[in-house]
Ligand binder design. Structure first.
Ligand SMILES: Nc1ncnc2c1ncn2[C@@H]1O[C@H](COP(=O)(O)OP(=O)(O)OP(=O)(O)O)[C@@H](O)[C@H]1O
Length: 438
């Protein structure tokens, strides 16, 4: 190790935030010669990051300790093998990982609330964490935006790291993969790019729908992907739809993505939405009553990200005004969101959507017809009206041909039971919820 670099490190350690220092600066290795000091970065991510954020500071420090005699140069490499295999730069005695995994430490299984809508995806993710490369490979988690795909994917990464801190795990958005590949092509370093990805133990690639229409990236990813699978390294992918439905994605990729286990995440039901809110509030150190959690869950049916946004707003308002978080207070704090929701989802369009879905007439829903082919959709529509609007039971009864409020209460109860017992009903309800919430 260069003694000049040793001195620089000691100084930089005091001047750069400690997490930054250990992630980005400590893994650098220094080689001196020909009036230059070359800092070897273990991979392109570290190289780019250091160049962008710390280069000037490092240069200034080197200048100071070398009395201006050394020019700073940076490249990818390691002292053992200058043309590195990127992932293998951790010294045996070191427990510190040299590859930043880009994981959000808060996305764990502990902070993920289980519900019917995500049960399978969560169970499969836990299996993968326990048996990387062996359980399901690739694991593909798909579903609409904001439903917890990234959270689960990163929970796998965090779970694996907890068991094995030296595992090489990398989380990347597929756009980033594409950008890096383009950069590698421009810089003639595509071989380094390839060898880097092919030595990763767990590769987590988010939102693979972004590969659509990008042929060269698909080609590169296909080969990387095959190599990893052959070596039994784990690949986890997320996508906003079932890959077969992505236009502009090569057929061979579509079929390969389906080789392991494709699992879907559906929009959470109201109970799960409320449980997620309570969990998020608890993590934020805020006491949220069940009543308020259900109130927000009922008013924000779309996705968990929106739900979290609403909760953040309520908490911030309460902290700002010093008021207690009651249902009344929450109603005020979310006033604009609620009226927007009311405009988007009302009993009228619920009735139209349900009638359309079950191929019956809207008028049937308010009629006296008691045939099951009509009563079931009627109950579903009542239950959706209760879940998605702020109307009371009597108001909903009124909108369905002047029925009594107890009929609406019973309808909601019946549909809840049926969703548990009958997967077709659960699927129909989820489909309707999805089409009404977007
Ligand atoms: N079941 C859950 N329990 C706890 N938090 C959840 C759950 N589902 C989603 N979230 C939270 O919702 C937010 C959005 O989730 P995430 O980013 O994982 O969605 P996504 O499906 O990857 O969306 P996109 O496709 O837009 O990237 C995150 O903050 C995540 O923690």
């Amino acid at each position: 190790m260069s003694s000049i670099w040793d001195n620089c490190l000691a100084k930089l350690e005091n001047e750069i935030a400690s997490a930054d220092f250990s992630t980005w600066i400590r893994p650098l290795q220094a080689v001196e010669g020909d009036g230059r000091i070359t800092l070897l970065a273990p991979n392109r991510f570290v190289l780019d990051w250091v160049k962008q954020h710390h280069f000037a500071k490092i240069e200034e420090t080197i200048h100071e300790f070398s009395n201006g005699s050394l020019v700073l140069n940076m490249e990818i490499g390691s002292k053992k093998s200058p043309l590195l295999t990127m992932a293998k730069i951790v010294k045996p005695a070191e427990t510190k990982k040299a590859i930043p995994s880009f994981l959000n430490k808060t996305f764990t299984f502990d902070t993920f609330v289980e519900g019917k809508s995500n049960q399978l995806a969560r169970a499969a993710s836990m299996q993968v964490t326990e048996n990387i490369g062996k359980a399901y490979n690739p694991l593909l988690i798909y579903g609409s935006s904001g439903l917890g795909k990234t959270h689960l994917m990163q929970a796998i990464g965090n779970g694996v790291l907890q068991k094995n801190p030296s595992a090489n795990i990398i989380y990347l958005h597929s756009e980033r993969f594409v950008q890096d590949m383009v950069k590698a092509l421009q810089q003639n370093s595509i071989d380094t790019f390839k060898s880097f990805y092919r030595t990763i133990d767990v590769l987590l690639i988010d939102d693979i729908q972004f590969f659509a229409g990008k042929e060269r990236s698909q080609e590169e990813f296909f080969h990387t992907f095959n190599t990893l699978l052959e070596k039994k390294h784990q690949v986890v992918l997320t996508c906003d739809k079932y890959p077969k439905e992505i236009i502009g994605l090569e057929d061979r990729l579509k079929s390969r993505f389906g080789w392991g286990l494709p699992v879907s995440i559906e929009p959470p039901d109201m109970e799960t939405r409320a449980a997620i809110l309570m969990k998020k509030a608890q993590l934020a150190g805020v006491n949220l009553t069940q009543e308020v959690a259900f109130f927000i869950a009922r008013r924000i049916p779309s996705n968990v990200r929106d739900l979290e946004g609403a909760l953040r707003r309520v908490i911030a308002n309460a902290q700002f005004t010093g008021r207690e978080i009651t249902t009344e207070f929450t109603k005020e704090a979310l006033h604009d969101l609620i009226s927007l929701q009311d405009k988007l989802v009302n009993i009228d369009n619920i009735q139209r959507t349900v009638a359309d879905y079950y191929k019956i007439r809207v008028a049937d829903l308010a009629s006296k017809n008691r045939k099951q082919i009509i009563t079931r959709p009627r109950q579903v529509a009542m239950c959706l009206a209760r879940e998605l609007t702020s109307h009371s039971f009597p108001e909903i009864g009124n909108a369905f041909g002047g029925r009594d409020h107890t009929t609406v209460i019973n309808a909601c109860k019946r549909i809840r039971e049926l969703k548990e017992a009958d997967s077709k009903m659960a699927e129909d309800y989820a489909n309707l919820l999805r089409s009404l919430s977007h």
